[in-house]
Design a protein around this ligand. Sequence first.
Ligand code: PLP
Length: 466
Amino acid sequence: MTMWKPLLEDGTPRYVAIADAIARDLAAGVLTEGTRLPTHRDLADTLGVTVGTVSRGYAEAERRGLTVGEVGRGTFVRTASEPEDFGWRVAAQEGVSKGVIDMSLACPWVPPDGEEGLLLAETLRDVAKSRTLDELVTYHPSSGLPRHRAAAAEWLGRLGLDVTPDRVVVTNGAQHAMVVILGALLRPGDTVVTAELSYPGFKSVAQMLGLKLRGVAMDGQGIRADALDELCGQASPQALYCVPSIQNPTGATMSEQRRRDIAEVARKHGLIVIEDQIHVSMGPERIPPIAAFAPERTLHITTLSKWATFGLRIGFIAAPERAVERIRSGVRSTLWMPAPLMTEVAVRWITDGTAERLAKKKLDELDARHELVREILGHHRVDMHRGSLHVWVHLPEPLRSDEFVAQARQRGVLVAGAEAFAVGRDVPHAVRVSLAQVPHREEVRRALEILADILDGASTACVQIV
Ligand SMILES: Cc1ncc(COP(=O)(O)O)c(C=O)c1O
């Protein structure tokens, strides 16, 4: 461990000055790659600041990609060989060691009974015996086989979207759909508006493609239509990205009226609407999508990831007629065509009811986990929505998001701080806690109890100060 003693510049908050000093000393060669930094306590003593300030400083340095924290080992200066990640590090994905409960990613629940693997084996055996094999081993149109697109259109119809098969394009999941849409329809330097707290995977694609992002104010239903209208007047964006049902990270869900209002604002300003309906596929929501109110401009994304099996990597874009050819060409440019074998499995699962059954099983487990949240965190401010893979926890004074992440991490629980989702500089004091990532419910209980303990400690500290 280094005896590093940074010089903190005046005029900036102390935690920012710590991160600045790491950047400066790294550039000057005072700190070298891979060096372990002093413990939070040691640096706090050296600098005469609180341990919380050092935790925030290290968290800020990690956010900037200067350092990596490893549970139980400390904070290390990042090595140059670690590639640019386009803002992908949500919480503390690196260095997840044994015994740590990772609730930092919005993963779906994979039942530990192995059922999904067995189902996959069974379907692959059926496919192997079928007459479709020849079709699956050759190149075919980039938007997917006509019968696959027809099955997807039928399925989307059941989810409330009236779409013809020629407007459906198969993708490798929702993430790939975003790359295709943004890459095919926008140009570097274009502006996309999105919720002021938004899915980091979307932010990373926008960054990779050189797009500008602007955050729109939200309320309990997600993006506010009046705020969108105002921002469009100022920033003249080309597109809007939104998650109307079970927004990531807040879980906010738009009413039908809000979707109509957003559609109207989009039409007024000529916006392309990218509607990510990742959680609706087979979740409990059945509110018509924005695409139902603005079909001429909405690219509607669905996926099997969250409610069937994310390993299949299959999703669908329902595109307006005039955009379909460019979207197809986007698929061709990125991967020629999604693997037909995986699409075959996905289509069999949505047509024979397997996907729906898996979704029901996942929803039942999520319901039980939401109940645990009510029991353990019920006395704190927590936003949750039925079917949400995660909850959004508002932190009591004086806790800040990065401090809470650091404290939880020290106690073996990983959660995602608000910073990862912020579009713009306003970062609320809140964290996203994923409920479905760990296989066993007991682990969720243990983690929630640790989080409650940190929250309760903060509330008590606050009361004492008052
Ligand atoms: C809002 C949102 N969109 C898209 C994705 C990626 O989905 P897929 O696995 O289908 O690529 C995620 C994953 O967490 C997400 O939360």
